[in-house]
Write a protein that binds this ligand. Structure first.
Ligand SMILES: C[S@@+](CC[C@H](N)C(=O)[O-])C[C@H]1O[C@@H](n2cnc3c(N)ncnc32)[C@H](O)[C@@H]1O
Length: 244
């Protein structure tokens, strides 16, 4: 990916980190839409080792640690990692790392679950990242991801090039001062083949609906999300044969 774009994404998250951390517990799209649906794709987590890739301020980790999992998390934003450490008060392990780089610090076959929530759309190419998730997962483990729904993004960004992976940007206004956030939109086929070409079968594809709690906080989006999904959650399992 072009370094300039990566740096823009990183500085946006450094700027967002504090308010993101403050709002994440109850922000409707996270608390009552993404998190419960994504977590529903995990089997029993007690005693399991979980990698939380692009962990943000560690809210997923907090939920998983409370259920008895061992959590290792990373994010490329140093502020997010600091907040994940503070939020989890010494529980879990958190470090700064870029999803686009090899996970050299992690051994093969060491996690029961790899989680990557709402972050893959910041990468232009998922190949190396998915191969690394496959490498660090135990053969009987699973990968759980949530992404922006490709059909939602196609409409939202008013794309005319469905089949392309396109750089896109929008202004987030829900976290205090408006912040410009860059990402990449891609077709559904590219999301699926990035998994199936790199060692995984898709086990479950969930087009989530918001929980009832969402409605009180944001009735307009509650209605919209019951008519058309913004996010998509996937559970994938490693194919039996190892990657060459
Ligand atoms: C929408 S937030 C989601 C955070 C967390 N997964 C959650 O759902 O609460 C996206 C996160 O991805 C991180 N991120 C974006 N690009 C990344 C990259 N290339 N490597 C690591 N983290 C990245 C951001 O810093 C941010 O914390």
């Amino acid at each position: 990916m072009d370094e300039n774009r990566r740096d823009k994404i990183l500085s946006a998250y450094e700027e967002l980190a504090e308010s993101y951390n403050r709002l994440i517990d109850h922000k409707p799209h996270n608390a009552y839409y993404d998190r419960p649906n994504t977590l529903s794709l995990m089997s029993e987590v007690e005693g399991k080792s979980i990698l939380d890739a692009a962990c943000g301020p560690g809210k997923y980790a907090e939920v998983l640690l409370a259920q008895g999992a061992q959590v290792t998390g990373f994010d490329f934003s140093p502020k997010m990692v600091e907040m994940a450490k503070e939020r989890n008060k010494g529980a879990g392990t958190f470090f700064v790392h870029d999803l686009a780089q090899p996970l050299e610090m992690l051994e093969d076959n060491c996690f029961d679950i790899v989680l990557c929530a709402l972050a893959l759309h910041y990468l232009e190419d998922w190949t190396l990242t998915i191969q690394e998730f496959h490498r660090v997962l135990k053969p009987d483990g699973h990968l759980v991801i949530s992404i922006e729904h490709p059909f939602f993004e196609f409409n939202f960004f008013q794309s005319t090039q469905y089949y392309e992976v396109e750089p896109v940007q929008c202004t987030w206004k829900g976290f205090g001062k408006p912040v410009e956030v860059n990402s990449f939109r891609r077709p559904l086929g590219s999301c699926i083949s990035s998994l199936t070409d790199n060692g995984f079968y898709i086990d479950t594809l969930l087009e989530p609906k918001p929980l009832a709690e969402f409605e009180k906080l944001d009735p307009r989006h509650f209605k919209e999300l019951n008519e058309f999904p913004s996010f998509m959650c996937l559970r994938a399992v490693p194919k039996k044969e190892k990657l060459s």
